[in-house]
Design a protein around this ligand. Structure first.
Ligand SMILES: Cc1cc2nc3c(=O)[nH]c(=O)nc-3n(C[C@H](O)[C@H](O)[C@H](O)COP(=O)(O)O)c2cc1C
Length: 289
C-alpha cells in the first residue's frame, strides 16, 4: 500500500516522533511504500495568505473562491501543490499529532486550511450532476483510508464515555467526521495513547505495540460506519426523523450495529440473488437452443 504519514510535533525526541519512527519501521518491514510529511521539519507554513493563490486579487480576499480559482487555474503555491500530489499518490494517510487543547496543533489545522482548498476538498461537484455536492463519504478522497493517531496527557477514563474531558472521538469529531469523512476518506477508529506524559517503560512498550499494530492493520481495519450524506439517511442535512427517532448528539451520525448488520445482510442477499438470476438466465438460454 502507498501510505502518506503526516506527523506533527516540533521535537524529534517527543513521544510522537518516537512512535512515528517505530510505526514507520513496522510498515516498511511489511513492504509498504511510505512517504512522510513532517510538517515542522519541513518548516511548513500553516497560515493562509493571498500569496497562496498566485493570481491578482481584486477587492477583499475571499479565501474559498480565490483558492478554487487558483486550484483550477494551476496557480496554487508550490508547497500546497506538493502536498496535494502526495495525497493523490497515497492509498492511506496517517495524521499523527499530540493533543493540544483538545484539538490538533495549529500547524496541522493550518495544513488543512491551506491544502484542502475549495473545489478540491469542499464544494466538489458531482461531474455527472453539477447540482450535487460530493461530501460526507464522497469527494476527492473517496477510496482512501485515514488513520488518526494522537496522544494526550489525560488518563483513559478522563477521555472515555463519561470522562470530564469528553469522549475523544467526539472531541475530535470535527477532524474525523467534519474534515476527513467530509472529504471522502474512509476513517479508521481513532488511536490515542493516553497518560502520555507519564508512560514509564511498560507504558511506552504498550504504546509502541498499539501504534505498530494500528498502522500495520491499516489495510484491513473496518472504518467507522459514518453515514453517507447522499444515500437516503438525511433530509436537507438533517438526519431523517425515522432513523434513531428522538435521539440527538454526535453518535447519531454513525450507523448502529443493527444497521451495519442489515447492510451486510442486504449485500449478501443481493449477491446471492444475482448469482441465482444469472444461473437461471443461463438455463433458459440452454433450453432455448
Ligand atoms: C500546548 C499543549 C496543550 C495540551 N493540551 C492537552 C489537552 O487538551 N488534553 C490533554 O489530555 N493533554 C494535553 N496536552 C498534553 C499532551 O497531549 C502530551 O504532552 C503529548 O501528547 C505528549 O506527546 P509528545 O511528547 O509527542 O508531545 C497538552 C500539551 C501541550 C504542550
Amino acid at each position: 500500500m502507498k501510505i502518506l504519514w503526516v506527523v506533527v510535533s516540533p521535537e524529534q525526541q517527543s513521544l510522537t516522533h518516537s512512535l512515528h519512527r517505530e510505526g514507520l519501521e513496522a510498515l516498511q518491514a511489511q513492504g509498504h511504500e511510505v512517504r512522510v510529511s513532517d510538517l515542522y521539519a519541513m518548516n511548513f507554513n500553516p497560515l493562509v495568505t493571498a500569496a497562496d493563490y498566485g493570481h491578482d486579487i481584486d477587492g477583499p480576499l475571499r479565501v474559498g473562491g480565490e483558492s478554487q480559482k487558483a486550484y483550477e487555474g494551476g496557480t496554487l503555491a508550490a508547497d500546497i501543490v506538493a502536498e496535494q500530489e502526495k495525497l493523490a499518490w497515497a492509498d492511506a494517510v496517517i495524521f499523527h499529532f499530540p493533543l493540544w487543547w483538545y484539538g490538533m496543533p495549529a500547524m496541522l489545522k493550518g495544513y488543512f486550511d491551506r491544502v484542502f482548498v475549495q473545489g478540491y476538498a469542499y464544494r466538489v461537484r458531482d461531474p455527472h450532476d453539477r447540482r450535487r455536492t460530493l461530501r460526507y463519504g464522497e469527494g476527492n478522497m473517496a477510496g482512501k483510508r485515514a488513520l488518526v493517531i494522537t496522544s494526550c496527557g489525560s488518563a483513559d477514563y478522563a477521555v472515555g464515555p463519561r470522562g470530564i474531558s469528553g469522549q475523544l472521538d467526539e472531541v475530535l469529531f470535527g477532524l474525523l467526521h467534519g474534515t476527513l469523512w467530509y472529504t471522502g476518506f474512509s476513517v479508521l477508529p481513532l488511536v490515542c495513547i493516553d497518560s502520555a506524559d507519564r508512560l514509564g517503560e511498560h507504558g511506552y512498550a504498550n504504546a509502541v505495540n498499539t501504534v505498530r499494530s494500528a498502522v500495520t492493520a491499516i489495510e484491513e481495519t473496518d472504518p467507522i460506519a459514518y453515514r453517507f450524506q447522499n444515500f437516503g439517511d438525511y433530509d436537507r442535512d438533517v438526519l431523517k426523523d425515522d432513523i434513531l427517532p428522538g435521539q440527538t448528539g454526535l453518535s447519531i451520525h454513525t450507523k448502529t450495529p443493527v444497521e451495519i448488520a442489515t447492510d451486510i445482510a442486504t449485500d449478501i442477499a443481493t449477491d446471492i440473488a444475482t448469482e441465482i438470476a444469472t444461473e437461471y438466465e443461463e438455463t433458459l438460454c440452454v433450453s432455448a437452443r
